[in-house]
Write a protein that binds this ligand. Structure first.
Ligand code: GDD
Ligand code: MN
Length: 378
């Protein structure tokens, strides 16, 4: 009797088994008109498969998340993960995968540029073959980029070659945003992923600890159905940072390297301005040096705002506030610089060692403090 009751109970707890085998993660930003047709296409492409789709929406302004939740009320295979105050295709995909539990996970765009008819074939490969990751590829036989104009095709080709540099693996289309993997592939490297920018696949390939068994299947990249592309110069910048991070990030943080490089340019600017100012007959050295310092600090500030911190670029009032804080931080840095240089010089009289010590201390200080106060993350 008790035994029966217990077994009934446990049945009630487990309920009918309907776990999805495949989770499709779709990052969205302003894709309202695309989500409904996309879900229909996925459904038509995967008859007999227990799938679910998770839209990871970064608080779109066009009501994408609301629409997805409306669909989810009618169709339990649809879910919405809404993130507020965040942006980024890669991190959206990672969080979508982490919010799921299916053994197989796919990533695809919302705009129907990725051919959903590839999904059942990708799944079949993962089910039957010793393969961890299936990539939808535009650059193998049978694949293509459709009617891209020459410029975009050229840029994409160049970026593709660059990224093959950082991949530990031979792949024709490392920039593909369309793939399916065993969940372990994610779990094995999720803590190492940079999660920045658009290049989630590249990130996965470059961060994986072991050898990933990979297959590429060709498909034709289609035209975006509705809405506009979110690929802009910031995305390109993030891509560059990701590559640099994978190449030299283990030696020195990429942001600091950029900051120091701009600092070196600043030194050049300083000397050029100083020389020019000294040629003015009425200016004394102290005045000329002050002008040069101000110009160099200002140019450093703008270059860093444009490049090092492109993803947190200051504008308007924030720009002014940021510039003032940067001056202040650099001023303190300069005092520290001179102090440490004088100290080193006094103790062993090697002028260049003293100079370098001061400069290194100054730039580390400027970098560390300005990253907190000038370009603090909002
Ligand atoms: N959650 C979220 N957050 N989603 C985003 C964001 C974001 O900040 N930015 C873009 N997305 C979503 C879009 O809504 C779309 O569903 C998908 O990511 C791809 O964005 P697109 O703007 O359509 O990118 P694309 O077509 O230019 O680039 C695609 O093709 C490239 C290859 O040329 C992407 O698939 C890239 O990953 C791919 O490398
Ligand atoms: Mn697109």
């Amino acid at each position: 009797m008790r035994y029966e009751a217990a077994s009934v109970d446990s049945e009630a707890m487990t309920g009918p088994v309907r776990a999805s085998e495949l989770t499709i993660v779709v990052p969205t930003y302003d894709e309202r008109d695309n989500v409904t047709p996309l879900v229909e296409l996925i459904g038509a492409a995967l008859p007999g498969v227990d799938w679910e789709v998770i839209f990871v929406d970064d608080d779109s302004t066009d009501g994408t998340a609301t629409l997805v939740r409306d669909m989810a009320r009618r169709d339990p295979r649809v879910r919405c993960l809404q993130r507020i105050g965040r942006r980024g295709l890669s991190s959206a995909c990672i969080e979508g995968v982490l919010a799921s539990s299916s053994p197989f996970v796919a990533v695809m765009d919302a705009d129907m540029q990725h051919d959903e008819r590839l999904l059942p074939r990708m799944l079949e490969v993962l089910r039957r073959e010793a393969c961890d990751l299936v990539v939808g590829s535009r650059y193998i036989d049978g694949g293509g980029v459709g009617d891209w104009e020459g410029r975009r095709a050229g840029i994409s080709g160049f970026a593709t070659r660059l990224s093959r540099l950082v991949c530990k693996i031979d792949i024709a289309d490392p920039m593909s945003g369309f793939f399916m993997a065993r969940r372990e592939v994610f779990e094995g490297s999720v803590r190492r992923l940079s999660g920045q920018g658009f290049k989630i696949l590249l990130d996965l390939l470059a961060s994986s600890p072991g050898q990933i068994r990979l297959r590429e299947l060709p498909y034709q990249f289609r035209r975006r159905r509705h809405g506009t592309s979110k690929l802009d110069t910031l995305v390109a910048w993030e891509f560059g940072m990701l590559l640099a991070d994978k190449l030299v990030g283990h030696l020195v943080p990429v942001r600091f390297a950029l900051f120091a490089f701009i600092g070196a340019i600043g030194l050049g600017v300083h000397l050029a301005v100083l020389r020019a100012a000294l040629s003015a007959p009425t200016l004394g050295f102290a005045a000329a040096q002050s002008i040069a310092t101000l110009v160099a600090m200002t140019s450093n500030f703008f270059l860093n705002n444009l490049f090092t911190y492109r993803d947190q670029r200051l504008r308007g009032w924030r720009l002014l506030r940021g510039m003032l804080s940067f001056y202040l931080i650099c001023a303190v840095g300069a005092v520290g610089n001179v102090g440490i240089a004088a100290y080193v010089f006094a103790s062993d009289h090697v002028w260049w060692l003293a100079g370098i010590s001061g400069a290194v201390l100054g730039s580390v200080w400027n970098y560390a403090v300005s990253s907190v106060f000038t370009w603090r993350r909002r």
